[in-house]
Design a protein around this ligand. Sequence first.
Ligand SMILES: *Cc1c(COP(=O)(O)O)cnc(C)c1O
Length: 329
Amino acid sequence: MLSTIARISLAFLPTPLHELPRLTGLLQSPTLVIKRDDQTGLALGGNKTRKLEYLLGDALSQHCDTIVTAGAKQSNHCRQTSAAAARLGLRCELLLQGDKPNTPEGNLLLDLLFGAVVHWKDDKNTPQSLDELADTVRLHGYNPYIIPYGGSNALGALGYINAMLELADQQKNLLRPITHIIVPSCSGATQVGLVIGARLTGFTGKIIGISVDYDITNKEYYQKLHVDLAYATCAKIGVNMAFTCDDFTICYDYAQGYGMVHDSERNAIQLMAQYEGILLDPVYTGRAFGALLNMINKNIFAPTDTILFWHTGGTPALFPYADSLMTTI
Ligand SMILES: *Cc1c(COP(=O)(O)O)cnc(C)c1O
């Protein structure tokens, strides 16, 4: 049972669910609503906070004193993990992609402010994997807890089962039921949690993940990862469900490179900012909202649909991406 799993409260929940009236009017689109997981509250918010409630609950019950995790230079996951560790009085060591930049910007600045120890993958003297990093942490006399990339394992996915229970409650206040959920997809636990939560709550809408990666050639492998993670997640809570690849609708049409900003993302970010006063991010939500705009343009929705855009956070990365978001002042 979900309620028996160790969990630490880190997020301000429930996050708001509200309409996007000016955008709906501008686009002459079906009703658009937004779920504000950019407002989870921890360290400028984001979807990793929900996962961390379970992951860090587990770390504490195992009496670990150092959280070890990894990500991109502008990892939102690493930023929220550093903050959560600080809040719980734990140490945090990060393995970040690439080499050390001259100035710490965006999420990296925040990692450092939260006191995380940062290792650079391109530094050949540094551990090259999470397991190696954990070994070094042990050598220094600490007890590490490893969180995988993006916090995506069975415990992390529980956070999004919970989010779906939360949505089921909020949905009652809408005029019409939600027919579609659009959510950015990367390491997978967000979508897996949503899909399991949808089954548990009898949610009948379609959940569409927008892949933010490269144009993935091995889609079957990627789909299968979701199936495996879904089984592992259900095992954690003693729920019996069957999954196939078809249970995870992931759209790869917009996977034009991780962190690459094109006209689609730029336009999506500006539109959301200028019509609703809401910030998206360049890597995940800008990509996914750009995809949604394109789908609306292609008329794939019915006028009576209600589309929920799940804002997963990431806004601190706007600043290091300034040059690709605005070419003139
Ligand atoms: C990590 C992240 C995602 C993707 O979530 P996954 O569970 O890894 O698929 C989406 N949006 C933002 C802002 C993120 O930081």
